[in-house]
Ligand binder design. Sequence first.
Ligand SMILES: O=C(O)[C@H](O)[C@@H](O)[C@H](O)[C@H](O)COP(=O)(O)O
Length: 254
Amino acid sequence: MSHIRNAAYSFESVAAVGAGLWTLLERLSAEAIAARGFFVVALSGGSLPATLGDSLPAETTIDFSKWRVLYADERCVALDHADSNHGAAKKALLDKLPVEPAVVATINPALIRNPQAAASYYQARLTALAPAADGISSPRIDALLLGMGPDGHTCSLFPGHALLDVKERSVVHITDSPKPPSTRITFTFPVLNAARNAIFVCTGDNKADMIHRIIDLEEDVPSARVKPTLGKLYWFLDAPAASKLTLPTLTFKL
Ligand SMILES: O=C(O)[C@H](O)[C@@H](O)[C@H](O)[C@H](O)COP(=O)(O)O
């Protein structure tokens, strides 16, 4: 997809990806706080929280007191369960930041056995924390941090799944996720494409084939459909993830 080719940055290592991400987040956070008074960040599960948590800058001007943290997808499990995205993010990242627990929007643990209600509850939180703006009717995330699976999924939006076509809801539930655990809630494409900045973070050689298929061969998989309407797209790759690309990537500079 040429929109991805023009957004693909490669870095020599996971640590360099993490350092680049923090540099970008520092700028985006300052811009959002100056414009609107707060910064809305959405985290994904998988390796992302550790990539950020392992590369925290020694010094930063980021005003974490103005952050609002959400999850782009979450598994329907207790917050302290080994499969919880929040649990993993807390341990790998949030506990290392001066972010008050109150600003982190978790799944409602009372609703984990009722995924439809959990999705509705989360949609209401998302709508309150990330207001629609600029003629876009979906909630607007300032920095949407996404991962991609080797099959091209992002959030809990899997290839061929009916959830790819949802237009009227911001958060939906899934009970047949091919990646375990099977029951989750996830942002939908209207929210992904309303983001002010959508930033994919892909590291490791198990991503190399799919990165090649998306960027060189322009295959249509869920991750390739993230194309923010009024926002900016970034794909941050480490060298192993970029190793099968034939087309060139960009060098990240602010
Ligand atoms: O809850 C989840 O399972 C994720 O949000 C999922 O979409 C993840 O981001 C990708 O599968 C990439 O995971 P890795 O970074 O671990 O490869």
